[in-house]
Write a protein that binds this ligand. Sequence first.
Ligand SMILES: NC(=O)c1ccc[n+]([C@@H]2O[C@H](COP(=O)([O-])OP(=O)(O)OC[C@H]3O[C@@H](n4cnc5c(N)ncnc54)[C@H](OP(=O)(O)O)[C@@H]3O)[C@@H](O)[C@H]2O)c1
Length: 317
Amino acid sequence: MTSKALTVPAVALGTWAWGDSGEAGDGYFGSRLSEPGLREVVEKAQPNGFTLWDTAVAYGMGRSETVLAQALSGRDRSEYQLSTKFTPQLAGDGPDPVADMLRQSLDRMGTDYVDLYWIHNPADVARWTPSLIPLLESGRIKHVGVSNHNLEEIALADRILGEAGFRVEAVQNHYSLLYRGSERAGILDHCRKNDVRFFAYMVLEQGALTGRYGPAHPLPEGSSRAAVYNGILPRLRALTDRMAAIGADRGASAADVATAWAIAKGATPIVGVTKAGYLDGLVRARGMELTEEEIAELEALGDAADVDTRGWWEREM
Ligand SMILES: NC(=O)c1ccc[n+]([C@@H]2O[C@H](COP(=O)([O-])OP(=O)(O)OC[C@H]3O[C@@H](n4cnc5c(N)ncnc54)[C@H](OP(=O)(O)O)[C@@H]3O)[C@@H](O)[C@H]2O)c1
């Protein structure tokens, strides 16, 4: 019953850090992002084919959605796709919290539909998933995805939507060279077999896997990501050095290699873009072919780092 198949670029762009911009930002990333700077990101991304923007109410409590809409303003709505989320923990107490949260997102983003709407986490799959059906029927959401769901939860959401002729078309989970739980749990295989798009978030581990940060140049002091990653940066060095070497052979960076790895695994990476210059890297990653040997070597180095980068909001898959 979904009208058009979900079509996505090779890389989606993530805007969690955009919630940091301005006074209402929660400072999760400790980034100083300006609205003109983010507009530049959009201006460079769009003509390069990076036209799918991932956000969520939870990113700066609406700030990311607002700033994203400002940066996209003036463009025809058909030129880009919006991906945002229902976060169960932020549900209001009205009769239809999912419709309410979506309406607030639509208001903030100045649009009347979302291309891809996610249930942010599996807090109560049986309770929240049915609320998506009328939103699909009315066209306010075009496609549905589930995030941080395990195989059983994906199947349950799919059954619920299936009763109304819809389906789970996408899964969005943490997936990087340091965190391959979804692969080990069979979720990537499941997605491949069932024509479900697998979106990998945090392929750069919030900057820690780019090789740009180290003990002498840590992630921004006082930010949440610094608390998670600064202590483990020395253990990532062998991996990021190897990614940099593989990238150097192709005129690319370690970050580009991390993104290319996720693409090679059949995923659509959602990369958190904070600077227009990073778009050049995504163009390179999109065109990069890694050999089987390189992929195996990078995965072995990722495993050998032996770090646990599971987010506080995540469970084992
Ligand atoms: N569904 C969920 O539960 C969930 C959870 C987490 C994330 N997500 C989504 O996934 C997106 C990506 O995750 P993320 O933003 O947390 O982390 P990420 O993509 O792993 O890392 C983003 C950070 O990497 C750095 N970076 C980005 N591109 C780079 C490049 N080409 N070269 C060097 N450094 C680069 C930037 O750091 P600097 O600004 O310091 O340069 C940026 O803040 C989010 O924005 C969000 O849309 C979803």
